[in-house]
Ligand binder design. Structure first.
Ligand code: ZN
Length: 238
């Protein structure tokens, strides 16, 4: 399957939380989108890997994602190791995404910054002819970094006001992490989901406000943005 857009992240739900609205918006534009979770999120304190996989499939459906899979890297031990890079490169060759979204390379959780490095190197290696893997050499055209949690100024923000509600549902699809098993006291986890929801809401509002819309998702790219027509540029200055 050839994808237009592939989002790669460490844990199931990372993509939903950081760029789910953008994935949905691109699917609504008619692009083929995909999510590659590097781990199955098996270190999550709640739920089982099987349940997590069901939740990930449900969230993917809500975001109209055409393809979702797990690379099989151990949770809490994401490393840019040779075997993971080759495995990822083989998937990139198979999916041939035009654009790839990665986590930003600075983060609190080691899995997140390692996911960034592993993702970038997998995309790069996929273009090397002599690599000991099958498939036609291929490199994505564009790499974007999702910077919702990063303390940097984004290069651009995607307006997700129209996708916000659906993104919210996709995040809540990962219910097992936030809801207590039957019989267990709810106080602690309720706080967790409340806090997370609130945080995501605030971040999306904050970045939306920066471009004059209700909700937005921020991205960074290493390259400069090319502009053709300065008269048609969006986002009001004064
Ligand atoms: Zn994560």
């Amino acid at each position: 399957m050839n994808l237009d857009l592939l989002a790669i992240a460490a844990h199931p739900d990372d993509v939903e939380l950081t760029c789910g609205g953008t994935l949905l918006k691109m699917a609504q534009f008619g692009y083929k989108t995909g999510i590659l979770d590097l781990t199955a999120g098996e270190m999550g304190t709640r739920g089982t890997p099987k349940l997590r996989a069901e939740e990930a499939a449900k969230a993917a459906k809500l975001l109209r994602v055409s393809w979702r899979d797990t690379l099989g890297v151990p949770d809490s031990d994401v490393q840019p190791a040779r075997q993971h890079k080759l495995h990822l490169a083989a998937i990139i060759r198979q999916l041939r995404p035009k654009t790839v979204i990665l986590p930003y390379w600075e983060a609190r959780h080691p899995d997140h910054y390692h996911a960034s490095e592993l993702g970038y190197e997998g995309c790069f290696l996929a273009g090397l002819k002599q690599l000991p893997i099958t498939g036609e050499p291929y490199r994505p055209f564009k790499i974007l970094y999702s910077v919702s949690y990063a303390n940097i100024r984004p290069t651009f923000v995607v307006d997700i006001s129209g996708q916000y509600e659906q993104r919210h549902k996709a995040i809540l699809a990962f219910a097992s992490q936030f809801q207590p098993p039957k019989g267990e006291k709810a106080s602690k986890v309720h706080l967790a989901i409340d806090r997370l929801e609130d945080e995501m809401n605030q971040l999306a509002r904050h970045y939306g406000q920066m471009i004059g819309v209700r909700y937005g998702e921020p991205f960074f790219q290493r390259e400069l943005m090319k502009v053709e027509d300065v008269v048609k540029m969006e986002v009001r200055s004064i």
